[in-house]
Structures are given as C-alpha cells and as structure tokens.
Design a protein around this ligand. Sequence first.
Ligand SMILES: Cc1cc2nc3c(=O)[nH]c(=O)nc-3n(C[C@H](O)[C@H](O)[C@H](O)COP(=O)(O)OP(=O)(O)OC[C@H]3O[C@@H](n4cnc5c(N)ncnc54)[C@H](O)[C@@H]3O)c2cc1C
Length: 400
Amino acid sequence: MKPLTVEVAIVGGGPAGLTAAIALAEAGIETALVARRSAVDHRTTALLSGSVTALETLGFWADCAAQAAPLRVMRIVDATSRLVRAPEVRFAASEIGLEAFGYNIENRHLLAALEARAGRLPSLTRSEDEARAVETDDAGATIALKSGDRIMARLVIGADGRRSLCRTAAGIESDGRAYPQTALTFNLGHARPHQDTSTEFHTESGPFTLVPLPGERSSLVCVVEPVEAERIAALDLTALNGEIERRSHSIFGKIEVEPGRGVFPLAVETVRSFGQSRIALVGEAAHLIPPIGAQGLNLGLRDAATIGELVVSSRRDGSDVGAAELLARYDALRRADVKGRTFAVDLLNRTLLSDFLPTQSARGLGLYLIDRIGPLRRAVLREGVAPAASQPRLMRGEAL
Ligand SMILES: Cc1cc2nc3c(=O)[nH]c(=O)nc-3n(C[C@H](O)[C@H](O)[C@H](O)COP(=O)(O)OP(=O)(O)OC[C@H]3O[C@@H](n4cnc5c(N)ncnc54)[C@H](O)[C@@H]3O)c2cc1C
C-alpha cells in the first residue's frame, strides 16, 4: 500500500505527543500522529501558568477549566523528626501578580480535551496503531507500523515515553539512575476544604504532596521507600484512609481514597541529545524527572511548544523541517531548562534523604532565606512557574 506522506509524524499519544500534534496541525503543517488511545490514567497534573497559557492559545483550555482546580497557595512543611528542621513556608500566587500558580487536573480529563481538539484538525491524520520501526536518511524518515502501513515524513517527533523506540532509532543515549524511592498516587475526598492550597510535607523518605482538585477533593503523591510503598499499596481501604489521614496530619479531617491507585518507581534520566537523524524527542522520551515540584509534563509541554515553533518557522522559510541545524537549535533551546530543573529537583530530594547534619542545615537555611528575603522569594516563585530562559511563543500566549 502507498505510504502516507506528511511533513511531520509524531509517535506517541500521551499529553506531550498530542500537544505537539495539535500545535503543528493548528499552524497548518501536514502532520500524522501514530497513537493508540491511552489507558485510563488516574494521576493528576499540576499545570503551571505558562502551560495553561499554551493550552489556552491552542484553543482547548476552556474544555479543561471546569475539571481543574486553581493552586493559589503553596505550603511547604518540614515533617521530619530531625534535629534541624526548616521553618514552614507559605507562598501565594498573588505575591507575583498571578491569580494562581497553575491548575491541577486529572490526566483523564486533560487527555480527553487533547483528544477532542486533535480530532477537529483537518491537517492532522491519526493512525490508531503502533510504530514498529523508524528509519531515516538524508531525504526523510519512514515509520513502519504494526499494521504493515508506512508513514513518510521530513521529521519524526518521538513522544513515545520512557522506553522510546524513536530514541533508539536516532541512536541517542541517555544518562540516569534509579532512586531508592517509589511514588504512590491516590485521589481523595476529604471532610475539610483545601482552600486552593497545595501542601507538601517533607518527610525523611521524600515529599507527601496534597494538591487541590475541584470540590473537597485532592490528589496525593506520597514518596516512600519501595518496601513501605508495597505495604501501603496492599492496605485495605479502611486502613489506607486512616494511614493517609495520619500522614496528612489530619489537616483535611476524614479521608476517603477513591478507586485508581498508582505505583511509580522513581528515576531520573536525560538524553544526551534532544534530536538527531531527523528525530526530535519530547516529553518523557527525552527526560524523566521525579514528581517533585510538578515539573515533568510542564517541561514536556515546553518541548512540544519549542519544536512546534521551530518547525513552523522553518516551513515558512521553505527549509527542510528535519534538517540537522533545526535539531541542533532544538537541543540548544531545551537543554538548559531540562538540566536546570532536573538538577534542582534532584538536589531537593537528596537534601531530604540525607542524614548528614550540615546538608539538613543548608536546606533549612535555604528555605528560611527564600521565606524572608522578598526579592529572592519573588524571583524563586517566578522562576518556578515560568522559567525566564525558556518561554516559547505558545507559553507567552502567541500563536505559532
Ligand atoms: C506520580 C507522578 C505525578 C506527576 N505529576 C506531575 C505534575 O503534577 N505536573 C507535571 O508537569 N508532571 C507530572 N508528572 C510527570 C508527567 O506525568 C509526565 O511527564 C507525562 O505523563 C509524560 O507524558 P508523555 O506524553 O511524555 O509520555 P507518556 O504519557 O508516557 O506517553 C507516551 C505514549 O507513547 C505511546 N507509545 C510508546 N511507544 C509507542 C510506539 N512504538 N508507537 C506508538 N505509541 C507509542 C504510549 O502508549 C503512550 O501513550 C508526574 C509523574 C508521576 C509519575
């Protein structure tokens, strides 16, 4: 059968791949998306304000808004029983002129809105299939699908997650390591309101983070040692409700855990190149970061917005959208943002796990200084929400 020929083909229909597909097709680029419908994902994503602006610009934030809860206040509480403990810090979005730092939404609602938007774009062709192989040469790339069909493109965007076939096809290596920690995820109903406040308890095994959902509900990411994760995951519902109420210091009163628990062994990984051989990587195909500080998908959306911007501008100039120069530019634009956030998250996590007194003192002092010095406090908040060095057009509210 004759292959489908497009300008750009995207492999993987998670949130990063769907966003890249929408950004390109919205700008009129002939795009193919190779993606089966995702299984239900009970996790939630805290989308920071730049990501929300991008989804608004792409025309589907309105479909998400009713399912998303604003994050107006962030509280960090040192819940360790160590000798040196950091002071509690509390940040309000209003301090930096924002209504909210971002919005928390269940992934199933985010994906449904992305799927609906993708389905309405005439420049986007979807293959509900799986990529089996990707081959590239000077003229272009060919994707062989499981069904036997083929897609030819100038550029392939690998959005195929942590075990990326596209990354292997491009010959891109990565550096990373596993953490001695597992994240458990739950969605909860609770008796007392969260008041749009996200609360992060720092414990000796990692953060225990409650993030608002609409109504009297929150999502929870509880990072513990793997053996403890197994124990908690095996609890019956009554025992689990009690365990979570205890770990949350009863700030919300009685807890009711909803169906749909998740268990995620933690690791960190970054590719050595964000793109080569006509293949650009976005989202977890390019970087894996522990769920601390809500950075993972926010980085993935900036990847999608950046590659989209480069492709549209190259197309306008009549250049090859899979050219090595474009991929080198993409790598340069994404490296500092991803490396910087990975470093910060890794450092915070290490200082939590460390039993070394000077390290604990340094962490306490760092939080104290951020809390007390107004300009530093606002600079840290602004950088956390929207990195000064990486603001692609979509994150600034400008169409591609
Ligand atoms: C516990 C937890 C909490 C988190 N919370 C946050 C948060 O609050 N904020 C935040 O920004 N980030 C958060 N993250 C990170 C975020 O969930 C990820 O960054 C995001 O899900 C990655 O999306 P993705 O599209 O890159 O990859 P994925 O969602 O993994 O999608 C990859 C897709 O590619 C498909 N695929 C794979 N191979 C092929 C193939 N050969 N052919 C076709 N399709 C293929 C897969 O089936 C899948 O659908 C969290 C992560 C965890 C673990």
